[in-house]
Design a protein around this ligand. Structure first.
Ligand SMILES: Cc1ncc(COP(=O)(O)O)c(C=O)c1O
Length: 318
C-alpha cells in the first residue's frame, strides 16, 4: 500500500492537497537530514479510529525537537488536534501517521539557525512493516555488518531523520542476503535493536529486553509490551543482551509501531521456537491487538479517539 489513498496533508498550519505538500530542493533537511519525526498508528475500533498512545508519541516528538533545537511553533494540544484532522479529512478508519518537523530553505551552512522550521503531518494506510505473514509466522533475521551508532555519537533516544541512514544500510544488506530483517549490535557487541524495532526474548518463562545503554530508541510499543506482559503474568528484566542470549532463547520478537509485535523465527539460520511464532509471543500479540482495537477498557486511556471515520462521514452526507 502506497500513498494513493492520501488526499490531504497538513503542512505548516494548513490542510493542503497531496500535490501541494512540497518543499524546496535547497531545504536544509534534504541535504543534512536535519529533521525529527514520529511514527504512530491509528487503529479501527468500534468507536471509530483511535490513535494509539498519541501522548507518548508527542512527548517523544517534542523531546527529539528539543535535542535538535527545532522550535515547532505548535503546542502539543494543537498537534493532537492536527493528527485527528488529518485522519478525519482523509477518511481513514485506520492508518499510520507521520508527523515530521525539519529545517527548510534558507542556507546550507551546517548550523541551521536561520532556516525556517517546517512541520507536516502525513497519514496513509500501512500494513505491518514486516508483512502480515511475517507477523503470523515469524521473520528470518540476520546480524548486520553495520553497527548501531553509539548514543554518544548521536542520541539514539531521539527519532531524527539523518539517524536513519544507519538503519537503511542494515535493511538493504539484510534484504540483499535474502533475510526479512536485520539486527544491529551496539559498539560493544551487545544486541542493540532492529532497524526500526526493539527486541524481546523469552528464556525459561521470563522476558528480557535491553535499554538505552545499548544505544536503542526507547520504543513506545516496547513500553506497552512491558506493561501487557505483566498482565499476562510475565516479568520483564531489562538488561544488556548478548547474541548468545538470543540464539539460545525459547522465543524472540520485535516490537515497533510499524512492525507491531513480529515473531523472530530464525537468526542467521538458527531456528527459534522450532521456526514458528512461540506461544508467549502469540499471547502477547493477541493481548496487544485487543488493546489497540479498543477491546480492553483497561487500556482506553492509551487510545485517542478520532471522531468520525469514513463510514460515519458518508452517512452524515446522506
Ligand atoms: C530504531 C527504532 N527502534 C525502535 C523502534 C520502535 O519504537 P516504537 O515502538 O516507539 O515505534 C523504532 C520505531 O519507531 C525505531 O525506528
Amino acid at each position: 500500500m502506497g500513498f494513493e489513498q492520501t488526499k490531504w496533508v497538513w503542512h505548516n498550519g494548513q490542510m493542503v492537497a497531496w500535490d501541494e505538500a512540497t518543499l524546496h530542493v535547497s531545504a536544509h533537511a534534504l541535504h543534512y537530514g536535519t529533521g525529527i519525526f514520529e511514527g504512530i498508528r491509528c487503529y479501527e475500533t468500534a468507536s471509530g479510529p483511535a490513535v494509539f498512545r498519541l501522548d507518548a508519541h508527542l512527548d517523544r516528538l517534542l523531546a527529539s525537537a528539543a535535542v535538535y533545537e527545532l522550535e515547532l511553533g505548535y503546542s502539543r494540544e494543537e498537534l493532537t488536534e492536527v493528527v485527528g484532522q488529518v485522519i478525519e479529512r482523509n477518511g481513514f478508519a485506520s492508518c499510520y501517521v507521520r508527523p515530521i518537523c525539519y529545517f527548510g530553505s534558507h542556507s546550507l551552512g551546517l548550523h541551521a539557525k536561520a532556516c525556517p522550521v517546517e512541520v507536516a503531518v502525513l497519514a496513509w494506510p500501512w500494513a505491518p512493516l514486516l508483512g502480515a505473514q511475517g507477523q503470523q509466522q515469524g521473520v528470518r533475521i540476520t546480524v548486520s555488518p553495520w553497527v548501531k551508532f553509539h548514543s554518544r555519537m548521536m542520541p539514539t533516544t531521539s527519532k531524527a531523520c539523518g539517524q536513519y541512514l544507519n538503519s537503511i544500510l542494515a535493511v538493504r544488506d539484510a534484504y540483499k542476503r535474502g533475510f526479512d530483517e536485520a539486527l544491529l549490535l551496539d559498539s560493544d557487541g551487545n544486541i542493540a535493536e532492529g532497524p526500526g524495532e526493539n527486541l524481546f526474548l523469552l528464556k525459561d518463562g521470563k522476558l528480557f529486553t535491553n535499554d538505552e545503554s545499548s544505544s536503542i530508541l526507547l520504543g513506545i510499543t516496547r513500553d506497552a509490551v512491558m506493561q501487557l506482559a505483566a498482565d499476562c503474568g510475565y516479568t520483564v528484566a531489562v538488561r544488556k543482551l548478548r547474541l548468545e542470549d538470543l540464539l539460545t532463547a525459547d522465543e524472540a520478537f520485535f516490537t515497533g509501531t510499524a512492525a507491531e509485535i513480529t515473531p523472530i523465527r530464525e537468526v542467521d539460520g538458527t531456528p527459534l521456537s522450532q521456526g514458528r511464532c512461540g506461544a508467549v509471543t502469540r499471547k502477547l500479540q493477541e493481548h496487544f491487538n485487543a488493546v489497540v482495537h479498543g477491546k480492553n477498557p483497561r487500556y482506553h486511556h492509551w487510545l485517542h479517539f478520532v471522531s468520525a471515520p469514513v463510514e460515519k462521514l458518508a452517512n452524515a452526507a446522506d
